[in-house]
Structures are given as C-alpha cells and as structure tokens.
Ligand binder design. Structure first.
Ligand SMILES: Cc1cc2nc3c(=O)[nH]c(=O)nc-3n(C[C@H](O)[C@H](O)[C@H](O)COP(=O)(O)OP(=O)(O)OC[C@H]3O[C@@H](n4cnc5c(N)ncnc54)[C@H](O)[C@@H]3O)c2cc1C
Length: 424
C-alpha cells in the first residue's frame, strides 16, 4: 500500500520465509482485499471456499448442527470465506510488496528501537548485526511480543497470558484417505468444529486438498505456565492435554504428529496509544491490538490496518500531515479491531462451554439453525454479520479523507524512507 503510493519502504523480518505454520481463515472482509490485489485466478490457486461449519461433540464426535456459509449471504458481503495456508498468504503478500517496490530484508532482526529527538525527529533501529537504519516513519508490525510497542507504550509489565493456548498442525491429506471418517472430512470444503469443555478442535482443507489443517484450543487458568506467543514453540501431539476426546479427534492429532504451540496474550486494557510521543513511530497488527491466535480475524485485522494506513498515507504531501493521519488511523482501526477480537473470543468460548444450561442452550440453537434456516433467518443472520464481513477498509479510509483529511492538506516537503518491521 505504501510502495504503491510512492513511498520508499524497507521491511525488516527476523525470520526466513520457510518457517512452520498452518491454516489461516480469511473472511470476506479480507478476501475481497486480496482479490483486488492479486485477482480472482491467483487467489483460487491457493484458497478454498468454505461452504459450512459442522459442529460436533469433542468427547463423542456426535454431530450437533451445521452452519452453512450461504453463497447469497457471502455475495452480499462482497467477498468469500476462504481457507488458506498461512505460508501461502505470507508469500502472496511478499510478492505484492516486492512488486510495489519494497525491499524486504530477511534474517534482519531489530534489536533496538530509538525514537528521534528535537534535533532530528527521525526514528532509527539497530539490527543484530549492529547496522543502524534511519527512517522518516517506523511501523512496528512485529506481532504480539512487539519490541516497537515497548517504545510506544513506556509502561512496563503489561504483556500477560490471557488463558488460552492454541496448537496448530498440518496433515498430509493423502494420509487421511484410508480412513473412512477422515476421508469424509478430506472431501468436504468445510471448517468443522469439535466442541468440548474448555477445549475445542477445528479442521479445514488446505492447498487444493493436498493438506489438512487442525487447530486445538485449550482454555486454562493462570496456574499453567504460559507458552510463548510467537509461533516458534514446536511440540509433538503425543502428550497434548486433550482429556477424553472422540476417536476422530485422536486420529487427526496423531496424523498431524507435531504442532506449533502459541498463546493468547493481552497488553494492558488495550486502550494505549498506537503512536509514540515523537509522532513518528506507529504500531500495526498484533503489535497494536490483541488478537485470538488461530482466530478468524487475525490476518484480516492486520491487512485491514495496512489498507487504512496505506490509503491515508497515499494522501501525504507534507510531514505536517503525519500527526492527523496517524490519529485518524488509530481512530478508524481501534474500535473495529476491538469488535473483531471480541467476536473471535466470544465464538471460541462458545465452542468450549462446560456442560450445563449454557452449553445446552447453545446446542439447541445450533440444532434449530440446522432445521429451520429460512429466508427470515437468513436476513437476521446477515444483519448480524454485515458489520463484520461487509466492511471495506479502503472505503473507511477514503471516507475519512473526503470528510475530514483533505481540509488539512498542505503542500510541502516530500516524505522519504519508511522502515517497517515485519514480513507482511
Ligand atoms: C511464523 C508464524 C507462523 C504463523 N502461523 C499461523 C498459522 O498457521 N495460522 C494462523 O492463524 N496464524 C498464524 N500466525 C499468526 C498470524 O500471522 C497473525 O495472527 C496475523 O497475521 C497478524 O499478523 P501480524 O503481522 O500482526 O503479526 P505476526 O504474524 O506475528 O508477524 C510479526 C512478524 O514480525 C517479526 N518480528 C518480530 N520481532 C521482530 C524483530 N525484533 N525484528 C524483525 N522482525 C521481527 C516476526 O518474525 C513476524 O514475522 C503465524 C505467525 C508467525 C509469525
């Protein structure tokens, strides 16, 4: 987005491209952005359209209901609910960034972030090699344990475990074909959920059914030693704390063999500013706002952030505009991200209710949806999801610009290098 708008961009990523990852859900609000960027044909090479969500019991495997992702509802949102591999999404974004002129530096770990001073307002970063890079603007897109955020929010000790551990794994689809139950999963373009007490499992096909993704979610109390929130912690599936689970869940986990363990974290009450006191360092994605790892809205929040920031910065003609554009960016994004995170947390908790009246009411409602989904239900359901799925990040930014931003526009100095810490 920034490169296309004519800014000079450098991306600093501490990892390489070939790191372990798994399935990533891409809801309509995000898939329509990707479609605009790469076109329908490229998108379908790496994505599967999700047609529905069967809900099963985690302990017995018994089916409770089925939520169909109605094509008519999806069409109204302007996008599709897609199932992708995280690596394919990152690779797509990498190619787009390079085509737009960004230079991407892999194995480039930022060790220190230095805000600018009164004499020179430009921030700088020091890499692990000792090299120093100076920029007009620094974007901290360095994930949930962001070091850029430590400079933006000066208060210490705010990062805490939020009580959910997520294990993500991938199966080779060929291994599923000899097992009748797993073969049925393999042949469906579904995103099934097995609902248990304080735990759940999801699955979905990947890469034109060559692979299958699983995600195991476990809510726990603060007594559990928190996992690292950075997608680096690899475990075997042998000793996963599943408790009693259905044979199909056991077989999926066994075939996956290993999983990436990550942790949901919170950062204070989430109301901190996204820009530092010099007004030149700004946060994006999980560095800026919390997310539920392996949720439906993680990638979409980061990509929407990028669209809004990039759209606003496409109007940048003078550094004097930066403070008002960054204020607008946070104002447009903070409430939206809160809604999306709450939706992800609410849905995951609903899938993990302990036995009792609340779980019974959920199951009853799922059964009803399965039986009675008529036009009335469709309308009600659409109204519920329209706010989330029909949102257009580019429109939101342009609307702000037309209503407010352009009145502050002043001619002046052109901005120079923008350094961004992140691969996406
Ligand atoms: C390796 C990896 C695998 C993932 N796999 C999945 C998956 O399978 N399914 C899923 O749903 N979500 C996955 N995620 C999470 C998903 O990417 C995020 O939830 C979402 O896309 C929001 O992304 P983000 O850009 O805010 O943060 P992240 O995706 O966490 O990206 C932050 C990036 O910043 C880099 N970084 C951090 N610190 C520094 C530093 N000091 N210097 C330079 N670079 C730095 C990290 O290496 C990382 O690439 C994965 C994330 C990572 C990092």
């Amino acid at each position: 987005m920034l490169g296309r708008a004519g800014h000079r961009v450098q991306v600093l990523e501490k990892r390489r491209m070939d790191v372990p990852s798994g399935g990533q859900r891409v809801p309509p609000n995000c898939s329509k952005i990707l479609r605009q960027w790469v076109g329908e044909e490229e998108l379908w090479k790496v994505a599967t359209r999700c047609v529905g969500t069967p809900m099963h019991r985690f302990k017995s495997g018994e089916n409770v209901g089925y939520l169909e992702w109605k094509p008519a509802v999806m069409a109204e949102t302007g996008g599709e609910f897609l199932l992708m591999h995280h690596e394919d999404l990152v690779d797509m974004l990498r190619k787009l960034a390079v085509d737009a002129g960004a230079s991407i530096h892999l194995d480039a770990e930022v060790k220190t972030v230095r805000p600018g001073s009164d004499e020179d307002p430009r921030p700088s970063v020091v890499l692990s090699t000792g090299k120093v890079l100076v920029a007009d603007i620094l974007i901290g897109a360095d994930g949930s344990s962001s070091i850029v955020r430590d400079v933006v929010v000066e208060e210490k000790g705010l990062l805490k475990s939020a009580g959910l551990t997520v294990y993500t794994g991938t199966l080779e689809a060929a291994d599923m074909l000899n097992d009748p139950e797993l073969s049925t999963l393999y042949h469906a373009d579904d995103w099934p959920i097995w609902m248990g007490e304080h735990r759940s499992l999801i699955g979905h096909p990947l890469r034109a059914r060559r692979q299958y993704s699983i995600g195991f979610y476990r809510w726990h109390g603060p007594e559990i030693e928190p996992a690292k929130p950075n997608w680096e912690d690899i475990h075997t599936t042998n000793n996963l704390p599943t408790g009693t689970c259905a044979p199909v869940v056991q077989r999926l986990l066994k075939l996956a063999g290993q999983v990436i363990r990550t942790e949901q974290v919170s950062f204070g009450d989430g109301t901190h500013g996204w820009t530092d006191s010099t007004g030149r360092i700004v946060l994006l994605g999980e560095a800026a706002h919390p997310a539920l790892p392996g949720g439906s809205h993680t990638a979409s929040m980061a990509i929407e952030d990028a669209v809004v920031l990039g759209s606003l910065f496409s109007h940048l003609r003078s550094m004097d505009q930066v403070p008002s554009l960054l204020r607008a960016y946070q104002e447009l994004r903070q409430r939206r991200c809160k809604t999306l995170v709450e939706a992800d947390i609410g849905n995951t908790r609903l899938m993990c209710l302990p036995a009792g009246p609340a779980a019974d009411a959920r199951d009853e409602s799922l059964r009803r949806k399965y039986d009675d989904w008529d036009e009335g239900m469709l309308k009600a359901s659409f109204e519920e999801i329209a706010e989330v799925f029909a949102y257009d990040a580019g429109d939101a930014a342009e609307e702000w610009w037309v209503s407010w931003g352009r009145f502050h526009e002043t001619a002046g100095e052109q901005p120079g290098v923008i350094v961004s810490v992140h691969q996406e």
